[in-house]
Ligand binder design. Structure first.
Ligand SMILES: Cc1cc2nc3c(=O)[nH]c(=O)nc-3n(C[C@H](O)[C@H](O)[C@H](O)COP(=O)(O)O)c2cc1C
Length: 188
């Protein structure tokens, strides 16, 4: 099973990208996580271009990456209590046509890290809302990583055992939802 990890941050030392890297270390056997790294190249959404099928290589690559993944895990920062514009913009590009969006019926889960005491809960809720609007099969749970600057060591590993456990449970819920959807048996 392949999960595509999408970080909503372009920052080199992003806590959200680190969270996805930590998730990649906690996957059950037979599951791998590929980190999507093309967010910076996605152009501003333009419905004229979209309707005309004028999609840049970056947009096509994102669509293909989602299409080829069994599931999607998004880690979102929170900007002004909401979704970072670059992430929302990318989701808009892959949302059309509604009936055939690559996210339609795609199992998806959301986590988030912020430096405040709230752990990007509003941004996570809004990403789940957007994914549901697009028709993704959204795992109904959140993982708020608060005061993110204190949660990772110098190598980007999660310091706290309980947070590692919560992240493993979160990813497992996505893996189970994907297995249920694909009708695959859970390995003993
Ligand atoms: C423009 C901007 C707006 C922000 N707004 C919020 C906010 O509403 N809530 C919050 O918890 N943190 C907010 N922050 C702090 C981010 O949580 C923090 O910068 C975080 O590290 C960003 O994620 P990253 O490390 O993955 O880049 C904001 C940061 C920026 C740059």
């Amino acid at each position: 099973m392949r999960i595509l990890g999408i970080s909503g941050s372009l920052r080199a030392d992003s806590h959200n990208t680190a969270l996805l890297r930590a998730a990649a270390e906690l996957l059950p056997p037979g599951v791998e996580l590929e980190l999507y790294e093309g967010l910076r190249e996605i152009p501003p959404y333009d419905q004229d271009e979209d309707d005309a099928g004028q999609h840049t290589p970056a947009v096509l690559a994102l669509r293909q990456a989602i299409e080829q993944a069994d599931a999607v895990l998004i880690s979102t920062p929170e900007y002004n209590h909401s979704i970072p514009g670059v992430l929302k913009n990318a989701l808009d590009w892959v949302s059309r046509p509604v009936a055939t969006s690559v996210l339609r019926n795609k199992p998806a889960a959301v986590v988030g890290a912020s430096t405040s005491l709230f752990g990007a809960i509003w941004a996570q809720a809004e990403v789940r809302k957007v994914l549901a609007a697009i028709g993704a099969d959204v795992v109904d749970r959140e993982l708020p990583v608060m005061q993110a600057q204190a949660q990772f060591d110098e190598y980007g590993n999660l310091v706290a055992d309980d947070l590692r456990g919560q992240l493993a449970e979160h990813v497992n819920a996505l893996v189970e939802a994907t297995r249920d959807r694909n009708g695959a048996p859970t390995p003993a």
